[in-house]
Write a protein that binds this ligand. Structure first.
Ligand code: ACM
Length: 384
């Protein structure tokens, strides 16, 4: 039985707004891990208690609620954020009060904060693999479409540079739409795509409008076998918001898909369903949110304190058997060793994994090694 003072942690994931489908999944990843930790006796008998707020997919609300969690609720550690704009809004608050943020989302890289642990993929763990796969299978003339904020700008810049290393490559266009874009906004872009005839489309569209992109693509009569959409942000969560079959044949690069055939993944998915029913759609950001909470719990068991200076030495270098495989927090850059995978959407709305890493790939958020050719050694570690 848990008797002593609880350990309170801040939890900031959007339950409303344009990224709420993926936000709800991240929330349930965190809550599932907290349940498991408490069931196993908590932190040496102390219950782990989430103090959670809904930032409504609004970066300003994230910043306000982060400060409220720190000053009013007195938490030392916050788990949260999906869009990079929300992370960028929270970091100055976290740094000002010297607290710790665990961030469970793929992002554009080129960032380091001593107060952040990054557990989603950096570009060398998803963009490089997607660029290699799409250009090898479809060609290197790419059309870039993204939501209008920092992650798509930066992720498109990286994809543009990666494909340009291929013979015959061309960046045909770079288009941005509002976060609440509709099918009409994308229909106009499809007219341009018909004219420019790319080999593939790279989508950095996020949240609810993802479904409108795939609908507009289908309405334009395009064929994913010839000119698919490749993405890092279209997960099972976004596919679940589409009509059945709409995303079939398109590709996503991610370290985790629900379809991973492993005992650890099945156990985790069964636990989620048993505890929370059909609460959310598990995806890469759900999994990162789940395993980062366990990494935190293991670290605080060792440090005995959630003060950043005492906790951090036990987080850095720590490992965990996550649903995607054994992950490790890199002690030098605070990012995570992960397993790149490429999935193709199947008619059931799940991903058929068409390529995956045998070993984890260490995080290189600054893309120090930048060319596709330089990645050959790492791609040797991939199997079909
Ligand atoms: C993102 O904004 N990092 C998906």
């Amino acid at each position: 039985m848990i008797e002593r003072d609880p350990v309170r942690v801040g939890v900031l994931f959007s339950e409303t707004g344009v990224t709420s489908t993926i936000g709800l999944s991240q929330l349930h990843g965190a809550l599932l891990a907290i349940d498991e930790i408490n069931e196993a006796g908590g932190i040496h008998g102390r219950e782990l208690v989430p103090v959670q707020y809904d930032p409504q997919s609004n970066p300003l609300r994230y910043a306000q609620l982060a400060e409220q969690l720190i000053l009013h609720d007195k938490v030392n550690v916050i788990f949260g954020c999906y869009m990079s704009s929300s992370r960028k809004a929270v970091i100055p608050i976290i740094e000002k009060w010297n607290k710790l943020l665990f961030y469970p989302t793929l992002y554009e890289g080129f960032e380091y904060s001593a107060n952040v642990i990054y557990t989603g993929a950096a570009p060398n763990q998803n963009s490089v693999q997607l660029a290699e796969f799409m250009t090898a299978n479809f060609g290197a003339r790419v059309y870039l479409i993204g939501s209008d904020y920092i992650y798509p700008y930066e992720s498109n810049r990286i994809m543009g540079e990666l494909v340009l290393q291929r013979q015959g490559s061309e960046k045909l266009a770079e288009r941005y739409v509002a976060l609440d874009a509709t099918e009409k906004d994308f229909a106009e872009i499809m007219v341009d795509i018909r004219q420019k005839r790319p080999d593939f489309i790279f989508s950095t569209v996020v949240g609810d409008s993802t479904a409108a992109l795939y609908r507009a693509y289908a309405d334009a009569g395009f064929d994913p076998k010839v000119m698919p959409i490749g993405s890092l942000t279209t997960s099972e969560a976004e596919v679940s918001q589409m009509e059945r079959g709409l995303a079939t044949g398109h590709y996503t690069s991610a370290p985790y898909f629900q379809s991973i055939d492993s005992a650890a993944n099945q156990r985790c998915l069964n636990n989620l369903r048993r505890r929370f029913g059909e609460c959310c759609v598990p995806n890469l950001c759900w999994e990162a949110s789940y395993f980062q909470m366990h990494i935190f719990a293991n670290a605080i068991r060792q440090s005995g304190s959630d003060e950043i200076s005492e906790l951090m030495p036990h987080v850095l270098g720590s490992e965990f058997d996550a649903p995607q495989g054994r992950v490790k927090i890199d002690p030098t850059n605070h990012h995570t060793c992960l397993y790149p995978r490429i999935g193709r959407v199947n008619p059931e709305g799940q991903f058929t994994i068409v390529r995956q890493a045998r070993r984890s790939v260490y995080p290189d958020p600054y893309l120090v090694t930048h060319s596709l050719g330089d990645w050959a050694a790492r791609l040797d570690a991939l199997e079909y």
